[in-house]
Design a protein around this ligand. Structure first.
Ligand SMILES: NC(=O)c1ccc[n+]([C@@H]2O[C@H](COP(=O)([O-])OP(=O)(O)OC[C@H]3O[C@@H](n4cnc5c(N)ncnc54)[C@H](O)[C@@H]3O)[C@@H](O)[C@H]2O)c1
Ligand SMILES: O=C(O)C[C@H](O)C(=O)O
Ligand SMILES: [Mg+2]
Length: 604
C-alpha cells in the first residue's frame, strides 16, 4: 500500500545517499600548525594541499611537493612488501609478525586515515597482524612495544575520579567502547594492563569491517590489578602491581566506570571483552537490561559458532531441521563454550518447540573431563548441559575427551578450552570412526598456539572429508591430486562488528537475544550451497564489510521489531520501521565511514 510517510522517508534516504557519496564532509578542527602534524586523526603528512598549508599555518613545515593519497598508499605498501620479502626466509615467525605490527602501528600513530585505508584494502593480509593472532603476541610484549598510548586507562587507584577522567578524552562523541580488565586475554591468561591490545585490535576491526568513524571509538583498559605474579615482579610492567580486586570492590569499580561513560555519552555501546568467566557472566547479567552492551566472548562467539554448526548440517547434505539430531561435543565450559551451548539450545527449542530435551545431544567437558549430574560444585551456568551418566552406556563423570569421543561418536567436536593440541592424533582418529558422514572440527581457541589442533593435523587424522574451522587463521590444506581441504576462520570478528553497528544505527537501548539471533541467522544464510558443499562455512574476510552491512541491517530490523530502537541521528524509529530489508542494508552501508582525506576547517 502506498504511504506518504514511506514515500518521504525513501526520498529522504535517497537524497542523503546522493550527498554523502559526492561531497567529502569537512572536519572542523581547533589545532593549527605543527599540532596538526602531530595529531594522527587529522594529519595528512605530505598530502596537505597548498591551500590547506596556507590556511592552517603549515607552510614551511613540510617538504614543498604535495603527494597524493594514492601515492602515499603505494609508498607505504611498497615498504611493507619489501619487509615481507626480506623476512620471507626467517624462521622466527613471531619476530616477523611483530615487525609487521610495528610498521603498521607506526603508520597508525602518524596518520590514521592512511592506516585505515591500507587496513581496509588489504584486510586479509593485515587482520592477522592487527588482530588475532599477532595481537596476542603484542599483549605479551606490550611493555617493550609501548610507544604512544592508545585509548584510556582507568585503574583501581582512580576510584572516585572516573567521572572527571572521562572528560579527558579529546573526542566530543564516542559511539563504541571496547572494555577489558585483561583477566583472560585470548587463551593466554591474565595479562593485566597489557591486555589493552585486545580492545585496540577489536576496534581496528570495527573501523575496517563496520566502518565506524575512528574518531568516535574508545578502547578502554580497566586495571583492577593482576594475579599474574610474573607481571607483578616485572619492573617494566605498566599496570598496577597489586592482586586483582574481588567481590563488591571489583563490581563497584566497574559500576563507577560505566556511570562515567553513560554520563558523558549516554548512547555509547560497550562491548565487554576477554573478562575471566565469573565476571563475564556477572557483568552481562548486571548490565544487559540497563544499557546497550554485550559480551563478545559469550554472545558474539555463540552466534559465529551457531552459524558454523548450521553450515555443517548443510555440508553434510542434510536439512537444517536435522540440527537437533547433531551430536556435539564442546570442550571448554568457560564463557565461550557455555555461550555457544546456550545459543545452540535456543536454536533447538525454536526448531522443536521442546525445551526439555533440547540439550540432550550436547556434551560438555571442562579441565576435569565430561560434566555429568554427578559433578560436585558445578557452575550454575553449566547445569543445563550436565549429562545423565546413564544416557549412553559407560558414560561417566570426568571421562576424558578420548573416552567421550569413542562413546558418544559425535558429529561435531568444538574446542573452546584455550589448550593447544588437545585434539590430538588419537582423538582425531576416534572422531574419524564416529560414523558421521562428514564430521566437523572447530578448534576455536586463540591464538594459533592454543588451537586445539592445526588444520593439517585435522585433515591428516580425521580424514579428508571433514569440515574444519579454527579461531585463528590457517592456510587451506593441499590434500594432493589437486584436492583442497578448506579452512574456515570461526572467529567472532564475523559478528561483533555487525552487532555493534546494528545497535548503533538503530539507537537500540539494549541488545536483546533476538537481535543476536538475527545476526547469527544472517551469517548462517550468507553462504551459497556450492560453497557449503566444499566445506566453506564462512565468507572470505575480504568481504567483511559486505557481511557486516548485512548483519548490521538484520540487527537494526530485529531492534525495530522488538521496539528497543530509538533511532539514530535524524532517522527516527518510524523511518527505520518503514525501510525494506534492502533499504536497511543500504542505510547501514551509507553510514559506514571510509578513509579519505577530508578538508580541514579551522574553528574560529
Ligand atoms: N574463536 C573465537 O571467536 C573465540 C571466541 C571466544 C573465545 N575464544 C577462545 O576460547 C578459549 C576459551 O575462552 P573462554 O572465555 O571460554 O575461557 P574460560 O577460561 O572462561 O574457559 C576455559 C574452559 O576450558 C576448560 N579447560 C581448560 N583445560 C581443559 C582441558 N585440558 N580439557 C578440557 N577443558 C579444559 C576450563 O575448565 C574452562 O571451562 C580462549 O582460547 C579464547 O581465545 C575464541
Ligand atoms: O579475539 C579473538 O580473536 C576472538 C575472541 O574474542 C577471543 O577471545 O579469542
Ligand atoms: Mg575475546
Amino acid at each position: 500500500m502506498w504511504s506518504l510517510t514511506k514515500f518521504v522517508a525513501s526520498r529522504l534516504s535517497r537524497s542523503r545517499r546522493f550527498f554523502s557519496s559526492v561531497i567529502p564532509r569537512p572536519c572542523i578542527i581547533q589545532k593549527r600548525g605543527a599540532d596538526i602534524l602531530h595529531d594522527p586523526w587529522i594529519n595528512k603528512d605530505t598530502g596537505f594541499p597548498l591551500t590547506e598549508r596556507n590556511r592552517l599555518g603549515l607552510r614551511g613545515l613540510l617538504p614543498p611537493r604535495v603527494i597524493s593519497f594514492e601515492q602515499q598508499y603505494a609508498r607505504f605498501m611498497e615498504s611493507y612488501r619489501s619487509l615481507e620479502k626480506n623476512t620471507v626466509s626467517e624462521s622466527d615467525t613471531s619476530h616477523v609478525a611483530l615487525a609487521k605490527w610495528r610498521i603498521l602501528n607506526r603508520l597508525h600513530d602518524r596518520n590514521e586515515t592512511l592506516y585505515f585505508r591500507v587496513l581496509i584494502d588489504n584486510i586479509k593480509d593485515f587482520a592477522p597482524i592487527i588482530y588475532t593472532p599477532t595481537v596476542g603476541l603484542v599483549c605479551q610484549n606490550y611493555s617493550g612495544l609501548f610507544r604512544r598510548p592508545r585509548g584510556m586507562y582507568f585503574s583501581a587507584k582512580d576510584k572516585g575520579e572516573m567521572m572527571s577522567m572521562i572528560y579527558n578524552w579529546p573526542a566530543q562523541m564516542v559511539d563504541m567502547i571496547v572494555l577489558t580488565d585483561g583477566s583472560r586475554i585470548l587463551g593466554l591468561g591474565d595479562l593485566g594492563v597489557h591486555g589493552i591490545g585486545i580492545p585496540i585490535g577489536k576496534l581496528d576491526m570495527y573501523v575496517a569491517a563496520a566502518g565506524l568513524n575512528p574518531q568516535r571509538i574508545l578502547p578502554v583498559m580497566l586495571d583492577v590489578g593482576t594475579n599474574n605474579l610474573k607481571l607483578i615482579e616485572d619492573p617494566l610492567y605498566l599496570g598496577l602491581r597489586q592482586p586483582r580486586l574481588e567481590g563488591e570492590e571489583y563490581l563497584s569499580t566497574i559500576d563507577e566506570f560505566i556511570e562515567a561513560v553513560l554520563t558523558r555519552w549516554p548512547k555509547a555501546i560497550v562491548q565487554f571483552e576477554d573478562f575471566q568467566m565469573k565476571w563475564a557472566f556477572e557483568t552481562l547479567k548486571r548490565y544487559r537490561e540497563r544499557f546497550c552492551m554485550f559480551n563478545d566472548d559469550i554472545q558474539g562467539t555463540a552466534g559465529v559458532a551457531l552459524a558454523g554448526l548450521l553450515g555443517t548440517v548443510r555440508a553434510q547434505g542434510r536439512s537444517l531441521d536435522d540440527f537437533p539430531n547433531q551430536k556435539i561435543v564442546v570442550v571448554g565450559a568457560g564463557s565461550a563454550g557455555l555461550g555457544v551451548l546456550s545459543m545452540a539450545v535456543q536454536a533447538v527449542v525454536r526448531m522443536t518447540g521442546n525445551a526439555e530435551t533440547a540439550a540432550q545431544k550436547f556434551f560438555l567437558l571442562d579441565k576435569d573431563g565430561l560434566i555429568t549430574k554427578e559433578r560436585k560444585n558445578l557452575d550454575p551456568a553449566a547445569v543445563p548441559f550436565a549429562k545423565d551418566p546413564g544416557l549412553i552406556a559407560g558414560l561417566r563423570d570426568g571421562d576424558s575427551l578420548l573416552e567421550v569421543v569413542k562413546k558418544v561418536k559425535p558429529d561435531v567436536l568444538l574446542g573452546l578450552s584455550g589448550v593447544g593440541g588437545l585434539f590430538n592424533e588419537e582423538v582425531l582418529k576416534a572422531l574419524r570412526e564416529s560414523g558421521s558422514n562428514r564430521p566437523a572440527i572447530f578448534a576455536m581457541s586463540n591464538p594459533t598456539m592454543n588451537a586445539e589442533c592445526t588444520a593439517v593435523e585435522a585433515f591428516k587424522h580425521a580424514g579428508e572429508n571433514i569440515v574444519f574451522a579454527s579461531g585463528s587463521p590457517f592456510e587451506n590444506v593441499q590434500l594432493g591430486n589437486g584436492k583442497v581441504g578448506y579452512v574456515n576462520q570461526a572467529n567472532n570478528m564475523y559478528l561483533f562488528p555487525g552487532i555493534g553497528l546494528g545497535a548503533l544505527l538503530s539507537g537500540a537501548c539494549i541488545i536483546t537475544d533476538d537481535m543476536l539471533q538475527a545476526a547469527a541467522e544472517c551469517l548462517a544464510s550468507y553462504m551459497t550451497d556450492q560453497d557449503i558443499e566444499k566445506g566453506i562455512l564462512y565468507p572470505s574476510i575480504n568481504s567483511i564489510r559486505d557481511i557486516t552491512a548485512k548483519v548490521g541491517a538484520s540487527v537494526v530490523r530485529a531492534a525495530v521489531a522488538e521496539e528497543v530502537a530509538e533511532g539514530y541521528g535524524k532517522v527516527d524509529p518510524e523511518e527505520l520501521a518503514y525501510m525494506s530489508k534492502e533499504e536497511t542494508v543500504e542505510y547501514v552501508r551509507r553510514n559506514m565511514w571510509y578513509p579519505n582525506y577530508s578538508p580541514l576547517v579551522q574553528k574560529k
